[in-house]
Design a protein around this ligand. Sequence first.
Ligand code: NAD
Length: 252
Amino acid sequence: SGKLSGKTALITGGDSGIGRSVALHYAREGANIAIVYLDEHEDAEEARRLVEAEGAKVILISGDVASSAFCNEAVAATVAEFGGLDIVVNNAGIQVVRERLTDIDDAEWERHFAVNVHGYFYIARAALPHLKSGASIINTSSINAFAGNKFLVAYSATKAAEAGFTRALALQLADQGIRVNAVAPGPIWTPIQPAGFGPYDPQAVADMGRDTPLGRIGQPSELGPAYVYLASADGSYVTGQTLHVNGGMIIN
Ligand code: NAD
């Protein structure tokens, strides 16, 4: 009887951080959950237990979203298990901190785009034939798409590409009743934050949080509700938008 009762959601990067919060909140609202994740992460079984504890059915699908063949398989496995697909959350992402542009080699630049941009495209394209009116695609972008980050040039470029992808696809799918939105988190306490820059360095975390008007870093649990809003009937007239969940770090 939740807001997503009877729906099926596929969440890339659903094992960890922001994606895990989305999985937990969707589970609480009654959705079946497919978690797509990279197998070098060890959090998937823990995520499965936590999502099941919310009363949801869950499948784990491990592989690399930079592969279009894998993305096709992940969507097919989800539909085979649950009989359909209603909500797609493109959220799997990587970031590498580099001080200078000249420190980034071809492979690292291309890997950012392969995972963060191509991965979103491959999953959305595979999902589309299964999506019906009322379905929703939500792309995790970032504050760095808008504010930039001088040590995250490759990452910021991919996050801006995701924001453009979101707007154009929203226009294309509107006449099918499929909504496409983005969430742009500010600094959130997750394992993606590199050492000396994030949660493994309490001082760096405190500094990052102090830059926000709310004066603190965000927790993953503060992201899930935004994704529930966009995926559910609560957000039924919202498409092509970017929802900024960033402690007020940029206001426009
Ligand atoms: P995280 O490291 O906890 O999660 C990243 C997830 O992506 C993991 O679940 C991992 O399994 C998955 N993943 C990575 N590469 C993959 C690949 N090639 N194929 C399949 N899955 C892959 O980090 P997070 O902070 O929760 O990041 C989630 C999203 O939020 C990312 O898109 C990130 O850019 C975005 N974001 C994070 C912050 C932040 O401050 N944490 C801020 C803005 C945006």
